[in-house]
Design a protein around this ligand. Sequence first.
Ligand code: ADP
Length: 319
Amino acid sequence: MKRIALLTSGGDAPGMNAAIRAVVRTAYHFDCEVLGIRHGYQGLLQDDIIPLTPSSVGDIIQRGGTILLTARCDAFKTDEGLAQGVATLRREGVEGLVVIGGDGSFRGACALAQHGIRTIGIPGTIDNDIPGTDETVGFDTALNTAVEAIDRIRDTASSHDRTYVVEVMGHHSGAIALAVGMAAGAASIMIPEEEPDLERVLRQLNQAAARGKKHPIVLVAEGAAHAMEVGGFLKDHIASEVRVTVLGHIQRGGAPSARDRILGSLYGTQAVHLLLEGRTNQMVGMRCGRVEAISFDEVFSSVHQTNLSLHTIADILAV
Ligand code: ADP
């Protein structure tokens, strides 16, 4: 294989740049050129393609976001868009493509594979909700960012004896909320996998208050409930002042953690090895501490399972 291409797609995640660097440098190690497609599949349809060299990916491992830029592109989901993408890759002499993104981006990669373009996916999303891998690039940084933010909020909460409701990301998965809740010592956690139960939150706050806690944190995943509504309910039911903070996109940005840099580097390296071995239609993932390849079919046919035992443990530790 003499030439491969690389794109980032969907939401950005810290550590994507480490993966880009690893793909480019591993490919060059094996005398294979790399083209970077900017703005995901949109750039593929707009010929927004640049050569990537070992030096052009220097000084990026420590940067958040993605130097290749990312986008969502509905036109690529159509037959015409897909045909145009295949034609562009063939014209450029691209024999393999690495796609860094979430499961939506992998569906695009899978469609390309069905047209003879070898594709390998690297899971990059802060949500850690992709089946078939224990870890996605970006999750660890997002956790650390959220925990640091909550530690700061806690300083104010404790100085004023206030209750804080903090909303973190996670439309469909409570992975961030559970991990952050445990690491930040939240008194109560609401996740989308469970029915919203404000009476339960109230019970947990009352239990915490009974043992003397004066400044509890209630952690709400965005898909579980609206933090403002949770805050409004609590204001009517508890004595302490209540404040609400929505962390929002600060969770997506920032310098990647050491873990995400390492993960991006391992996944990027493995993605190139797989392409050079002639593999296609697969995602690189981490299972029980080992970097492995999983077919896109397995990714698409599986359902992400949030580790709900974390909730039980976090609840016990909160009281
Ligand atoms: P993520 O990769 O983070 O899950 P999206 O679901 O938004 O993000 O998908 C990113 C992009 O992947 C879409 O904008 C589209 O260009 C491409 N894509 C998603 N689903 C498909 C599909 N079924 N066929 C082709 N391309 C797809």
